[in-house]
Design a protein around this ligand. Structure first.
Ligand SMILES: Nc1ncnc2c1ncn2[C@@H]1O[C@H](COP(=O)(O)OP(=O)(O)OP(=O)(O)O)[C@@H](O)[C@H]1O
Ligand SMILES: [Mg+2]
Length: 212
């Protein structure tokens, strides 16, 4: 699978989901390449931490790439890996556009808050543009950092269903301490003691596998 995790909005959980997906897929014995497409380099920093704690073996390969290099390198490296996960920076639409031209699926994390939901229109527009080149690009919005109760998740889901050209994942990812805490230790939530967070990540992977 070639997965991009992207949203023009920052701070929505792109890097969190990208590293968790990379680790989850690698734990299934798949050869995974994680591309850090964000100048902030958070996915690389996470990988260095993970690597240091695991005898230099994070379980996947990570590279930092920006702009058109994301597209060119993904094309070139795709035959060598079972999966490529691209963490795309928030503000860098050049890198996001490049990733969207080569990805099979773009996962769009969205927080169920009004400004965040409105911002998805802009990402959806980039997705529709990319389909002129990458006809079969699938776009899957995922509610992340969602409330464990209340009506905001459903309100956000309803608004997202109205956006042309993107699908909505059937499960939400709740705001759980396990996500930042696991990341701070170089771990995925699958390696951390929170079965609910693990289940949510696993459900997302199951949906992606059906897509693939
Ligand atoms: N499901 C979740 N539960 C709790 N915290 C979360 C969850 N998802 C993300 N976070 C936290 O939200 C913050 C932003 O997440 P992250 O850095 O992954 O977002 P991003 O979209 O990559 O941001 P940027 O645009 O800066 O790259 C982090 O502190 C992260 O730990
Ligand atoms: Mg990030």
């Amino acid at each position: 699978m070639i997965l991009a995790v992207g949203n023009v909005k920052g701070g929505v959980g792109k890097t969190t989901l990208a590293v968790n997906l990379a680790i989850a897929l690698s734990r299934q014995g798949r050869d995974v390449l994680l591309i850090d497409g964000d100048e902030q380099g958070t996915a690389m920093a996470f990988t260095e931490l993970r690597s240091a704690q695991r005898d230099g073996k994070p379980g996947y390969t990570a590279v930092a790439l920006h702009g058109k290099a994301i597209r060119d390198q993904t094309r070139q490296l795709a035959p060598k890996y079972a999966d490529i996960v691209i963490d795309v920076g928030g503000r860098d639409t050049g890198s996001l556009r490049a990733a969207l031209t080569v990805a099979e699926t773009v996962i769009i994390p969205v927080q169920p808050r009004s400004f965040d939901v409105w911002g998805v229109d802009q990402t959806a527009e980039l997705v529709r543009d990319a389909r002129q080149i990458n006809e079969h690009l699938r776009a899957l919005a995922v509610l992340n950092n969602a409330d464990s109760q209340g009506k905001d998740n459903e309100a956000a889901a309803e608004a997202l269903r109205g956006i042309d050209g993107i699908e909505l994942a059937p499960h939400v990812i709740i705001r759980r301490k396990a996500f930042p805490n696991a990341a701070a230790s170089g771990l995925s939530v699958l390696e951390y003691d929170d079965p609910k967070a693990s289940d949510e990540l696993t459900q997302l992977i199951d949906v992606l596998m059906v897509f693939a």
